[in-house]
Write a protein that binds this ligand. Structure first.
Ligand code: ZN
Length: 444
């Protein structure tokens, strides 16, 4: 998942808060105006020349219910500001017209580390203000010293201020969408505001059967995917849970089934694996110890965006190319340590990090076959212990290796039973969606 994208997501939410605030003000402001219009309509027939005085009289006579007059300092709203090169919290607040020396004094003497308070160019800083420009809070996502994503939250508490940097508490919600293709799948998905990660996943799920770009006018996509909410607002997306596509009269279905808490794959309605995937896994006899996506770090209890999967394995365990490829990168990088990137085709590349060492002589441009050793498990770079961190990139976007590239195993009979129970429920959700007029369903 793209970290910058995550930083931009709260913007949607704060926009929504600001918008609803504006709508509410608009409704209140229009009340006296409606009263005036009514008065004019009633009196105009009798005395058109004297409309103005009569109108004033009638307006006075009409007793409108007292307007709720919120004390202006109780109306608070969130505002987002993009962090520009060289911005500090103080300079950004200054740009927003906030001059609260108490707040800035607190921020720079707060228990949060200086690094946590350093803003990254392109990030979004959300500030809570009232209409007088008084500051009530500010928050932004940042990396802590372990590279975990945390929400830096500074807020007014009574007469003082409070600061925290914790994993944002998220909850998962299912989002269901029904899309009618008018021109191309890409434009329908774009117009419906389907997140990039979901679009990439969608293309991948059926890639053994057809290309998403082959969908035409009249075809349909119905899908259910997970949205992670923070404070009721979308923070990021999880997996596609179910998707049905009508393509030129043929019907395609895919359902996600979790093999364990860390990984899963897609199956058709009969429980048959949809993708073959690579012929090999990169570390023999090992299991996925940490899956892809947004998850809590078991030790640090912090939320992180895991852009790959981890295989538990001891130092020195051979790492194999899971499919034929050309070696693209053999390097030593800060976070990744000894890292190898393999290119399998124009769209797809895989990355292997924290290696103790490379296979001797391995160099960029070299062809490797499926099963050929490229290096050995280690703990170089930012790793707490020996393991293989593997990433899959499709057109540069990190995707879940388990659902996109790794060999998909068939379900056992007990798994098949559980799968049927789940897929029936998801299919029912999709059917419900299909029965709603598309224009309504697309509004969320
Ligand atoms: Zn990892």
């Amino acid at each position: 998942m793209d970290y910058r994208k995550l930083l931009h997501l709260p913007q949607k939410w704060t926009n929504r808060v600001v918008n609803s605030h504006a709508t509410w003000l608009g409704a209140v402001a229009s009340l006296p105006f409606l009263g005036v219009l009514t008065a004019v309509a009633v009196t105009q027939g009798n005395a058109p020349e004297a409309a103005l005085p009569v109108q004033q009289q009638v307006v006075e006579a009409l007793t409108l219910p007292p307007l709720p007059q919120p004390a202006s300092n109780t109306v608070r709203y969130w505002r987002d500001e993009a962090v520009q090169r060289g911005d500090t919290i103080a300079s950004l607040l200054n740009r927003l017209g906030v001059r609260d020396s108490d707040a800035t004094g607190f921020i720079y003497s707060s228990p949060l580390s200086k690094d946590l308070l350093k803003l990254k160019t392109g990030a979004t800083l959300s500030v809570q203000l009232n209409d007088q420009g008084e500051l009530f809070g500010l928050r932004f996502l940042n990396d802590d010293e372990n590279g975990e994503k945390v929400l830096v939250d500074i807020e007014k508490a009574g007469n003082g201020w409070r600061a925290s940097a914790d994993a944002p508490h998220t909850e998962a919600m299912q989002t269901v969408r029904a899309l009618q293709i008018n021109s191309t799948a890409a434009s329908a998905l774009g117009q419906a505001g389907i997140p990039d990660e979901i679009r990439t996943q969608l293309g991948e799920i059926f890639s053994d059967q057809f290309d998403l770009s082959s969908l035409k006018h009249g075809d349909k996509i119905d899908l259910v995917y997970e949205t992670l909410l923070y404070n009721g607002a979308p923070l990021t997306t999880g997996n596609i849970l179910a998707v049905e596509i009508d393509r030129g009269g043929s019907h395609y279905q895919a359902y996600y089934f979790a093999h364990d808490s860390e990984s899963g794959s897609y199956y058709d309605a009969q429980g048959k694996a949809l993708k073959k995937g690579f012929s090999k896994i990169p570390v023999a006899g090992s299991h996925i110890s940490s899956g892809f996506g947004m998850r809590y770090h078991p030790v640090l209890h912090a939320l992180r965006m895991h852009e790959g999967i981890d295989y538990a394995a001891s130092t020195g365990t051979p790492i194999m190319a899971p499919s034929d490829a050309v070696v693209e990168t053999v390097a030593r990088q800060n976070g990744y340590g000894n890292v190898v990137i393999l290119r399998h085709n124009a769209r797809l590349s895989t990355l292997y990090a924290h290696m103790s060492r490379f296979r001797s002589g391995l160099k960029p441009g070299e062809q490797v076959k499926a099963g050929e050793v490229i290096g050995y498990v280690g703990a170089t770079g930012r790793a707490t212990g020996p393991h293989l961190h593997m990433e899959v990139h499709i057109n540069g976007q990190p995707v879940d290796p388990a659902t996109t590239a790794l060999p998909t195993r068939e379900l056992s009979s007990s798994e098949r039973l559980a799968f049927t129970g789940q897929s029936v429920k998801l299919a029912a959700n999709l059917k419900l969606l299909r029965d709603i007029p598309v224009s309504v369903a697309q509004l969320d």
